[in-house]
Design a protein around this ligand. Structure first.
Ligand SMILES: [Mg+2]
Length: 293
């Protein structure tokens, strides 16, 4: 209750807060449909982020670092996914010979009801997954800018690093290459490895964890979609929600953010590199203190 009161107060006073990094997240502000209220909730997130930072022992003994790709490893305002989104609309329009607005409505309905547009198209129209993946990922990756700070932070993390995406390996590799961070990852787990069953299906997390022999209690997951963090939390993983770093560019399906106020989210950050850097600095300081230096 105290947290909720804090958030309500913070929502009206936090506009000037910058460089927020991360926070344990237990905000119980109810979800609202109006865009203005969504902004207010995001401001509340930012208030928490500026006041609580992860400590070294928060992630002890995490040795498996699991990152979603789109809108997580690059900021939402990069707008890379909007290109894929438009390609999906074109695919549906061509496949079913629909006007673009009708195709788009159907695309979003499949996404909502089947986890991905592709899954809906496979189930309802029997399309070829590889053909779909190739066509919708034929996009301009120059929109993604190198992120050396993120690369350095990921490289410095102790243990294994994974990309776990509902996209395909080719898209993940091209995106991570454009960011300059591909070499820092051990494995990419994509929608084909998931046997076309997208997150948040529980069996897909099980498949990922068992394939790579990951003990979920030693793992943390970074994601921009709250609903994709529910199963990981149940399995014992730490969870970090990535939110947009520019509140003016919050453009997402309203239902996508459902659950962003749940107990399954341990932390929320709008600055992934900053979050990791803060953790690493804390871990280094704790280890120095332990060794008595
Ligand atoms: Mg994502």
């Amino acid at each position: 209750m105290a947290e909720r009161m804090f958030c309500k107060k913070a929502a009206t006073s936090v506009i000037g807060i910058h460089n927020s990094i991360a926070a344990p997240y237990h905000d119980s502000e109810p979800r609202a449909n109006e865009f203005g209220r969504a902004d207010k909730r995001l401001l509340c997130h930012k208030a928490w982020m500026s006041n609580h930072l992860p400590r070294h022992d928060d992630f002890h003994p995490v040795t498996n670092w699991v990152f979603d790709l789109d809108n997580t490893l690059y900021p939402r305002h990069t707008d890379l996914f909007s290109q894929i989104d438009q390609k999906m609309t074109s695919y549906v329009a061509e496949l079913l010979r629909l006007p673009r607005d009708e195709a788009r409505r159907l695309q979003k309905a499949y996404y909502r009801d089947h986890g991905t547009t592709m899954n809906g198209l496979i189930k309802e129209h029997g399309i070829d997954a590889n053909d779909f993946l190739e066509k919708v990922h034929d996009i301009d990756y120059s929109w993604v800018k190198p992120d050396p700070a993120l690369g350095a932070a990921i490289r410095a993390l102790p243990g294994r690093k994974f990309i776990f995406t509902n996209g395909d390996v080719g898209h993940a590799e091209r995106t991570a290459t454009a960011l300059g961070i591909l070499d820092h990852f051990d494995e990419i787990f994509d929608i084909l490895a998931a046997d076309l069953m997208p997150k948040p299906a529980a069996e897909t997390y099980d498949r990922f964890l068992s394939l790579h022999r990951i003990d979920s209690r030693d793992a943390v997951m970074f994601e921009d979609l709250p609903r994709n963090l529910a199963v990981p939390k149940t399995l014992g993983m730490r969870t970090v929600l990535i939110v947009p770093n520019n509140i003016d560019t919050v453009m997402s399906e309203d239902w996508e953010q459902i659950g962003d106020d749940g107990d399954h989210i341990d932390y929320v950050t709008d600055d992934l590199a900053g979050f990791l850097e803060h953790y690493l600095e804390n871990a280094a300081a704790a280890s120095q203190m332990k060794s008595g230096n």
